[in-house]
Ligand binder design. Structure first.
Ligand code: NAD
Length: 482
């Protein structure tokens, strides 16, 4: 790990400082020390990246590439990601604060996206549409061309890979805007691109702030399609920019997802899902289980168990393998703490946690359980993006009430139900609002399962075969037979 590897833009298969000459400091959230820096793209750098992407997308060799060749590129890329994973994971752990094992897991997931979409690259088929004897009609799935992808800081490597892999498999070129907080590990994917000997311009990654680099990218007239993962206000700004050029978007925004515990639920299962659902990545997960909706008769039992679990988790730097690691920044820590204070002021009760740990360097918030949360409270409706679980109750025999509470938010990303009753599981799953529903295991699924939201959580689906629809458009050819 040297600071020479601090992030530079990756354009047309070469690393470059960029034209602006400006740099962004990169902090270690566990020590608050500056550990690297990143280039900061301006509009001219973005233009370079989009031009490189356009050259690849429009080249006859790209358009006429046999699908099996694209498949080979994808598998080489998966292998190359695995080769750089150890170094990359240490950087990701350092700049994001997350546990080293989870950072390593992000690289494994990134490789898996390239394997998964590599396996689909030679199976993208059109169809023949019957029009009667005098005609032949068929469809061709075509790539959009240049895909712009804006990535947030919570899973920079895995989230970039999920869009990049699908775009590459479908014949698109990509320009990725890395998050300003932790761009270094993501830029290492450029080294994997070089190792895999992908064609120049297929994958381009730029660093920079959202308001200049990100905005310049989404406004660029050479961009044909946008995938955004991040917050609602930024998503809204990007949609406005996309409207100017009439460019389709995928919006992967936030969430306020709830797990409904039925009276017959197995509490071991519930506790395991609390551990991963709200404490994985210290709760900085769009699909986190940030609310638990429990039956009144089991409230005390569940609360005791969840509090004991929360207080048992080790807190410290990710590099030392702790369960709860620092939040990404001081601002994020302040924001999370403010939500906890606000919840108390609105009448909720902090069952554990809720105050920053200021006995050490680093942006730490402890695992926090907020009890007696009522539907109108901000803690019940707004995304906290930290290790904070809100607990709500419902009368045991009123499943309708439990579902209504779960659905009572403007978001709709994920939801879950915990029960031993198969019929009830399916009935409740149908009624919960969200793009992914979990039964008896939060985060069940993988790269194969379509992911995305409704309402303020956005639209479009990434992951799984559904994601191919984001990167391909249909051309119809109708032939009048002589
Ligand atoms: P953010 O919206 O502040 O930033 C996300 C990205 O957008 C960053 O790369 C940023 O530089 C860029 N950006 C900012 N302003 C821009 C602009 N005007 N034009 C173009 N790009 C711009 O979000 P964040 O705080 O980095 O990430 C946390 C949010 O992301 C949470 O709300 C979380 O729920 C959401 N998220 C969603 C998913 C999902 O798949 N649904 C996954 C992870 C995170």
């Amino acid at each position: 790990m040297t600071s020479a590897e601090s992030a530079r833009h990756f354009i047309a298969n070469a690393f470059t400082e960029g034209r602006s000459g400006r740099r962004i400091p990169v902090e270690n959230p566990a020590t608050e020390a500056v550990v690297g820096e990143a280039a900061s793209a301006d509009a001219a750098d973005i233009d370079d990246a989009v031009r490189a992407a356009r050259a690849y997308a429009d080249a006859p060799e790209t358009r006429d590439m046999p699908p099996v060749e694209r498949m080979g590129m994808m598998f080489r890329m998966a292998e190359a990601i695995r080769e750089i994973a150890d170094t990359g994971a240490r950087w990701l752990c350092t700049e994001s604060g997350k546990p080293l094992a989870d950072a390593r897991g992000e690289f494994d997931e990134a490789a898996r996206y390239f394997d998964y979409y590599g396996g689909l690259a030679d199976k993208l088929e059109g169809r023949a549409i019957p029009l009667g004897g005098g005609y032949l009609d068929y469809t061709i799935p075509e790539p959009y061309g240049v895909s712009a992808q804006i990535v947030p800081w919570n899973f920079p490597v895995a989230l970039a890979a999920r869009s990049l892999a699908c775009a590459l498999a479908t014949g698109n070129a990509s320009v990725v805007k890395a998050p300003e907080e932790d761009p270094i590990a993501l830029l290492m994917l450029g080294r994997a691109v070089q190792r895999a000997e992908l064609p120049r311009g297929a994958v381009n990654i730029v660093c920079g702030y959202g308001e200049d680099a990100g905005a310049a990218l989404v406004q660029h007239p050479g961009v044909d399609q946008i995938v955004f993962t991040g917050s609602v206000p930024t998503g809204q700004a990007i949609l406005r920019a996309a409207a100017e050029n009439v460019v389709p978007c995928v919006m992967e925004l936030g969430g306020k997802s709830a797990g409904v515990v039925c009276p017959d639920a197995d509490l071991e299962t519930v506790a395991a899902s609390v551990r991963t659902g709200i404490y994985f990545n210290s709760g900085q997960v769009c699909s986190a289980m940030s609310r638990l909706i429990v039956p009144e008769s089991r409230h005390t039992e569940i609360l005791d168990r969840v509090v004991a679990l929360s207080e048992s988790l080790s807190i410290g730097p990710g590099i030392a393998g702790h369960a709860i690691t620092p939040l990404i920044s001081a601002e994020q820590r302040d924001r999370v703490e403010a939500y906890c204070l606000g919840a108390e002021q609105e009448g909720a009760r902090l069952a554990t946690g809720g105050r920053r740990l200021d006995d050490r360097p680093g942006h730490y918030m402890p695992p926090t359980v907020v009890d007696r949360v009522q539907p109108g409270m901000r803690i019940a409706r707004e995304e906290v993006f930290g290790p904070v679980l809100a607990v709500q109750t419902y009368p045991d025999d009123d499943t309708d009430r439990a579902v209504a509470l779960a659905n009572d938010t403007d978001y709709g990303l994920c939801a879950g139900v915990f029960t031993r009753d198969l019929d009830r599981a399916h009935r409740v799953a149908r009624r919960l609002r969200g793009g992914q529903i979990y039964v008896n295991e939060w985060f069940a699924g993988g790269v194969e399962t379509p992911f995305g939201g409704v309402g303020l959580s956005g639209f479009g689906r990434e992951k799984g075969q559904e994601a191919l629809n984001n990167y391909l458009r249909t051309k119809n050819v109708a032939v009048r037979l002589g």
